[in-house]
Ligand binder design. Structure first.
Ligand code: ARG
Length: 219
């Protein structure tokens, strides 16, 4: 048949490999996204107009176009001559995409703070950088962290489009099993349940972080 020897390859291995791939892409993309996000957020808060404008172009361009076009562009154009693994190319594409959203999360988390915080610190004689590190950033992290975990969840689901560059993720496992069994119901429900379990774990972690941060507010 078309899937010779498929029976000897246990089905659960497709799922396990898919889960491993999806989690690895998501984790790597999240790291790249956070690094880019911090840089772009700092640019957005810069006092130089050109730096702010360039950062805005980045976030507008990334958030205003489909992630699918971005990943295909990176795969087919930017890395067309490279033999980097799909996992890395995908993570770079999703990382560049996520960075724009992370930048907005960080910028909003910092600008959402009461202006008086910075003014008070400065009036006590703190230099700008020191006030940023010791007064603004610790408070901003409380606003930013839960939203950042949410971005991680979005990212995990978003990586399911990596099939367009032939990555072996959870959805690819789903399609492989469907093509072997000619029965879409069970594989589709299984993959949905897998995503649901994974996102639930991250939601659980996010709630725990939120509770701990709120507990820190009581004094
Ligand atoms: N799926 C949408 C798109 O094609 C939204 C992507 C959101 N991504 C994120 N990392 N928050 O662009």
């Amino acid at each position: 048949g078309p899937e010779k020897g498929a029976g000897s390859y246990p089905r659960y291995l497709y799922w396990l490999n898919g889960i491993k791939f999806s989690l690895e892409v998501t984790l790597l993309a999240a790291l790249i996204g956070i690094a880019i996000g911090i840089c772009i957020a700092m640019c957005k808060l810069s006092k130089h107009k050109i730096v702010r404008a360039l950062a805005s172009i980045y976030t507008d361009l990334i958030r205003g176009t489909p992630v699918l076009i971005q990943i295909l562009f990176i795969y087919l154009v930017v890395f067309s001559a490279s033999d980097l693994p799909k996992l890395v190319i995908g993570a770079i594409a999703f990382g560049i995409n996520s960075g724009a959203y992370v930048a907005e999360i960080i910028r909003a988390g910092i600008q959402g703070l009461d202006r008086g915080q910075m003014e008070a610190a400065r009036s006590l004689g703190m230099p700008y950088g020191m006030a940023m590190r010791h007064i603004i950033i610790p408070q901003a992290i409380r606003n930013i962290l839960p939203t950042l975990v949410n971005e991680f969840i979005v990212l995990l689901k978003e990586t399911s489009v990596i099939g367009y560059i032939a990555g072996n993720d959870i959805l690819k496992a789903t399609n492989t099993i469907i093509s072997q069994t000619y029965s879409p119901v069970e594989p589709l429900i299984t993959s949905a349940v897998i995503y649901l379990i994974l996102t639930s774990i991250f939601t659980f972690i996010m709630r725990k972080i939120e509770r701990r941060l709120r507990a820190g507010d009581i004094r």
